[in-house]
Design a protein around this ligand. Structure first.
Ligand code: ATP
Ligand code: MG
Length: 433
């Protein structure tokens, strides 16, 4: 019998790669906290009806990508395919609107969609998402966009392009929808099958098609910006002005649409040239109708989601995975020394030092080799003699200098030891720059 393997479209995030993930999460936490966004952690599975209502049955996600199953209690559950519906449910269920003012929320975690696995497209993938609920102010759209841009720029992704569009309000879109259907009907037979299907259910999404002939037909389709009413036009103008004021470059893409009724006004995407077909790293927009759709009072909101796998594909092109390195590597041999070594390691960790304990029991020479490889700055050595006298050797791995001291002295002088370690770290990083 062979070993059990992961399912298609899922993968392990291994230690060699985890540094990227932790780095991305720490930068996101830092940038979003500075703008007073709180993290929220809704459950990973929810009632199926939440996503049917919150994403829309006419979408690909609900139509053919959801992981839906019946549990032992005969409930229909779905593994969340995206984060917004769950966040809005939590907002309503926990009366977060009662807090007053706006709610600034973000989340991070796995999402599940039954799609064809390929580079940048998995069945379990991860998103970082932001939701700003409770304001229709164009500054909210721009704060959301600016924070997404900040995260990606801080991570070193300088060359992403920002596409924006406005899908107007409900009324604008009704008019536009009619014009679109009238335009597409004569071409019906030439559209790709998905788009033919969308003609009745969700015609705006035809503009999103990647099929060659449909793309050609799209070129002369009516432009949504010509269907915006005064309010929508004003909102979109303000968004553009504020982006310009912030020095954020953008491109208006009238084909960038979200087809459902609760999407309103601004839609945007951040796109990379270095990702091949799966080029969108961040997608978002305003969804003024969603809270009401899920049973709340009419509440405007805006948000986005970043696909972490795609982001990390880009990060890998820029830098090696951040690795952990110990300050100290603890080498010991002999029963008493090994027991003392474990205690010393724990005490030093409690002092805030990073300590790797060699547990191999192998010869000193082998342990020293591993110490060198670990990237540690110094080594603590405990042999039989040291154990008997409650002493140890402190060996600096770069200079090979070695000093003997009692274990008590090590802790009495731990502040000084930390300073020495920091000095070594600084000279090491200077010499690699
Ligand atoms: P796409 O057009 O690539 O399918 P989408 O419109 O379905 O994207 P959203 O629902 O807007 O995507 O999700 C936001 C982001 O999450 C995407 O821009 C992408 O970076 C990421 N993402 C979406 N689906 C997947 C997936 N199956 N695997 C990996 N990342 C994904
Ligand atoms: Mg998709």
């Amino acid at each position: 019998m062979g070993t059990i393997q992961t399912l298609p479209g899922t993968r392990d995030i291994l230690p060699e790669e985890i540094g990227y993930w932790q780095y991305v999460e720490s930068i996101a936490t830092q940038i979003l906290s500075r703008a007073m966004y709180y993290e929220i952690r809704p459950p990973i599975f929810e009632q199926t009806s939440l996503f049917e209502r919150g994403i829309g049955e006419a979408t690909d996600v609900v139509g053919k990508e959801m992981y839906t199953f019946t549990d032992r209690g005969d409930r229909s559950l779905t593994l969340r395919p995206e984060g917004t519906a769950g966040v809005v449910r939590a907002y309503l269920q926990n009366n977060l609107y009662a807090v007053g003012g706006v709610q600034r929320l973000w989340y991070c975690g796995p999402m599940f969609r039954y799609e064809r696995p390929q580079a940048g497209r998995q069945r379990q993938f991860h998103q970082i998402g932001l939701e700003l609920i409770g304001t229709a102010d164009p500054r909210a759209d721009v704060e959301a966009i600016a924070l997404g841009t900040d995260i990606l720029k801080t991570l070193g992704l300088q060359s992403l392009k920002l596409d924006i569009n406005s899908v107007g309000d409900r009324k604008d879109r009704q008019n536009y929808r009619e014009a679109l259907v009238n335009y597409f009907l004569p071409y019906k037979e030439e559209l790709d099958p998905d788009s033919q299907d969308r003609l009745e259910r969700n015609p705006l999404r035809i503009l999103d098609s990647k099929a060659k002939r449909t793309k050609e037909i799209n070129q002369n389709a009516p432009n949504i910006l010509q269907y915006l009413g005064d309010t929508s036009k004003k909102h979109f103008d303000q968004v553009q002005q504020l982006l310009t004021d912030l020095g954020i470059e953008y491109n208006i893409n009238p084909c960038l649409v979200r087809g459902l009724d609760y999407y309103t006004h601004t839609a945007f995407e951040m796109i990379s040239d270095d990702l091949g077909a799966q080029a969108t790293v961040c997608g978002g927009g305003r969804y003024d109708g969603l809270v009401e759709e899920l049973g709340g009072n009419s509440t405007p909101a805006v948000g986005w989601a970043i696909g972490m796998e795609r982001l990390i594909i880009l990060l890998k092109q820029l830098q090696a995975s951040p690795q952990m390195t110990p300050d100290l590597y603890l080498v010991s041999r002999g029963e008493a020394a090994e027991a003392q070594g474990l205690i010393l390691a724990q005490k030093l960790r409690a002092e805030g030092l990073t300590v790797e304990l060699d547990m191999s029991g192998s010869a000193f020479a082998k342990q020293f080799k591993r110490a060198d490889r670990s990237g540690a700055i110094a080594c603590l050595v405990l042999g039989e003699e040291e154990a008997a006298n409650k002493t140890l050797q402190l060996k600096w791995l770069q200079t090979k200098e070695q000093q003997a001291m009692t274990q008590t002295d090590l802790f009495n002088q731990v502040g000084e030891l930390k300073e020495q370690l920091n000095r070594h770290k600084r000279t090491m990083s200077n010499s690699t720059e």
